[in-house]
Design a protein around this ligand. Structure first.
Ligand SMILES: Cc1ncc(C[n+]2csc(CCOP(=O)(O)OP(=O)(O)O)c2C)c(N)n1
Ligand code: SF4
Length: 304
């Protein structure tokens, strides 16, 4: 049975009030993600908006112990914590690294890849606000094509974004998932499921950022939902190599209806230089991809 909002643990591991910007979707993702992880968790966090959101001991926003580490060493620090738990004989403690997309897709990728290959037992979460936001909105490996950032100021980024969950799945790890801060129950269920597996588990969280993407703080959830309902961002999990869409993305298969990608792109000023024709090109790519999904979905449904 799916988790409902009433099933979520009441205990808050993220204190109310923190230093993130108004409307930051990371606050939602972190609050719900920590509920799924539970009290017996050690966190590892590289430099990012999350270090700002958390603040510093003794006035940190989280109630869990959190190790602030250098960018490149996030996954290695998680491995080190596992070793420390082992030598001190402690069991039943989750180790969870939470990094931004810069700290995951670019700077932290090498250590993360090595930990996957070794089979170290921790959860790695990438909250993807699609840029180096903490330092003033620079492009990262996951910034989408056309997005205006501080270092792609004219026509936006020229390259498409890296598909980090696919890179992680290529390591053959047991659990990879893509979720969104706009769908907290989908996120909660995926963190819970990830914890049932050994080795590195990877969860990618689409995390709308009002100042970085250019929309009003009150629209963070709306923008996150538009990304999914237009088919641009997908909710899915790859469990022991089996890919399965979940939640709102699965519903799109059933309804066979996507919202126009323009609804998402025009809601954010970072795409302000895109012409209608450029948006149409994106629309064609998304439509073609989803037609393929609809066909396979029909085959599976028809075959059952
Ligand atoms: C080695 C190193 N280079 C650069 C920085 C400066 N820095 C701090 S936070 C940050 C941005 C991180 O971006 P991301 O990982 O995407 O997380 P976000 O800020 O978007 O939450 C940068 C570049 C640093 N702390 N260490
Ligand atoms: S810059 Fe974006 S991700 Fe960072 S705290 Fe502000 S809203 Fe959140």
């Amino acid at each position: 049975m799916k988790t409902t909002i009433l099933d979520l643990p009441e205990e808050e591991l993220l204190n109310p009030g923190n230093r993130a910007c108004a409307g930051c979707a990371l606050g939602i993702a972190y609050r719900v993600g920590l509920k799924a992880l539970g009290r017996d968790t050690l966190l590892v966090v590289p430099p990012s908006c999350l270090t700002v959101l958390q603040g510093l001991f003794p006035i940190a926003a989280t109630k869990l112990p959190s190790l602030n580490v250098t960018f490149a060493s996030t996954a290695s620090a998680a491995t080190g914590l596992l070793a420390a738990l082992k030598v001190t004989g402690r069991t039943g403690v989750n180790v969870a690294a939470w990094a931004g997309d810069g700290g995951t897709s670019d700077i932290g990728l090498q250590a993360l890849s090595a930990a996957c290959e070794r089979g170290d037992n921790f959860l790695f979460v990438c909250y993807d606000n699609e840029g180096y936001m903490n330092t003033g909105v620079q492009r990262s490996g996951t910034t989408p094509q056309w997005a205006i950032t501080a270092n792609t100021p004219f026509k936006g980024k020229m390259q498409p974004n890296k598909d980090v969950p696919a890179i992680m799945a290529a390591h053959g790890i047991d659990y990879v998932a893509a979720t969104s801060a706009a769908y907290p129950l989908d996120l909660y269920d995926k963190v819970k499921k990830a914890l049932s597996y050994g080795g590195v588990k990877y969860i990618h969280i689409h995390t709308p950022c009002p100042p970085g993407w250019g929309f009003e703080p009150r629209y963070a959830v709306k923008v996150g939902k538009l990304a999914v309902e237009t088919g641009l961002y997908e909710l899915y999990e790859i469990e022991k190599s089996q890919l399965r869409h979940t939640g709102a993305s699965l519903k799109l298969m059933e309804k066979r209806r996507l919202l126009p990608v323009k609804d998402y792109l025009r809601a954010q000023s970072r795409f302000r230089t895109m012409s209608d024709a450029e948006m149409e090109k994106i629309q064609d790519l998304v439509t073609r991809k989803w037609e393929g999904y609809f066909e396979s979905f029909d085959e599976i449904e028809g075959g059952e």
